[in-house]
Design a protein. Structure first.
Length: 78
């Protein structure tokens, strides 16, 4: 299992300025970023064995993170 943090900066390196602009201009987008960071941190902590989650809990969090990333990517394409 990978222990890569999957930060948005790493996921969308060419979109840093657009992410910053949307974060200020679009409250829904800003909420997606906050939720992504929270879920991503939980996944990373579980992978690093700092927090012990069941396999099912970790898999569910990964799916939520993926869904959020897809929503963020869709907003960046607009």
């Amino acid at each position: 299992m990978s222990n890569t943090p999957h930060t948005l900066h790493e996921e969308f390196p060419a979109e840093a300025q657009k992410i910053s602009a949307l974060k200020v201009a679009d409250p829904h987008f800003a909420g997606l970023l906050i939720e992504y960071d929270l879920v991503n941190d939980k996944v990373h902590r579980s992978e690093a064995r700092l927090d012990l989650l069941t396999e099912t809990e970790e898999e569910t969090l990964r799916k939520v993170r993926s869904r959020l990333k897809d929503q963020i990517a869709a907003a960046l394409r607009k």
